[in-house]
Design a protein around this ligand. Structure first.
Ligand code: ADP
Ligand code: MG
Length: 225
């Protein structure tokens, strides 16, 4: 039946994911093991090894915490929430990080009190992931524009950065597990975000111009049937 097919498709995705995770976790773990073995010999470069161990542990922690968002029980409760104020809240959270990089947020929230059916923590996670990506591609500062407006029976949220952009042949790789171009990236933020947006019957679209910047469009229905 259709339900069975859907379930087995889901299972194979989960299996693939588990294999990919195991593979990704093995690399930092092998590194930790090697360095801990060297520490056993009481070398004087101990401090350096400790730092490497700690940063590898941090990395595992980050990968696991991003995956936990996916592993959460599916019976999340959807409630009507104002997206405008949710975005404002997320901007407050990321203000410090933005200031550090000379980045200004420009808010254009037109329909502040417009509500949609959503799971607040999950949507916040999406906005955090996307705005963080924008911050991370602008190390020398600039402006990140956030807009939120009603578009028929949908709400359109746009995030525009002045980063290096994404070459067209790489657009299709966005959301692929562990796809990252960053030295310390996990390549999981977009995959998690795409999943959450899909669970909200929404859609996401990237448009980008190399050396100019990227705009992310997210569209949510005002109410979910
Ligand atoms: P991570 O941030 O850990 O690399 P993500 O899933 O959040 O993982 O993003 C995957 C990749 O998509 C990034 O490494 C980057 O190459 C690309 N990307 C995402 N957002 C942007 C953006 N705003 N501008 C340029 N590239 C981006
Ligand atoms: Mg990211």
């Amino acid at each position: 039946s259709e339900e069975l097919l859907r379930r087995s498709e889901k299972l194979s995705v989960v299996g693939e994911l588990a294999a990919a995770i195991a593979h990704e976790i093995r690399n930092p773990l092998t590194s930790i093991k090697g360095f801990v073995q060297m520490m056993e010999n009481g070398l004087d470069e101990k401090a350096l090894y400790y730092n490497i161990v700690l940063s590898e542990l941090d990395r595992i922690e980050q990968i696991i915490s991003e995956l936990l968002v996916l592993a959460k029980p599916q019976s999340v409760s959807f409630q009507r929430k104002e997206i405008g104020s949710m975005i404002r809240h997320v901007l407050k959270l990321l203000e410090g990080q933005a200031n550090l990089h000379n980045i200004q947020f420009v808010e254009e929230i037109e329909n502040e009190h417009e509500q949609i059916d959503c799971e607040e923590n999950q949507l916040k996670q999406v906005f955090i992931n996307l705005i963080k990506n924008a911050i991370e591609v602008m190390p020398d500062g600039g402006t990140i524009k956030l807009s939120c407006k009603k578009d028929g029976d949908h709400l359109l949220i746009q995030i525009t950065d002045q980063g290096p952009g994404i070459p067209e042949d790489r657009l299709s790789r966005l959301g692929e597990p562990f796809y990252t171009t960053k030295e310390k990236g996990t390549g999981l933020g977009l995959m998690v975000s795409f999943k959450i947006i899909k669970d909200h019957q929404g859609s996401i679209h990237f448009s980008s111009e190399v050396n100019k910047g990227t705009t992310v469009d997210i569209l949510f229905p005002l109410s979910i049937q």
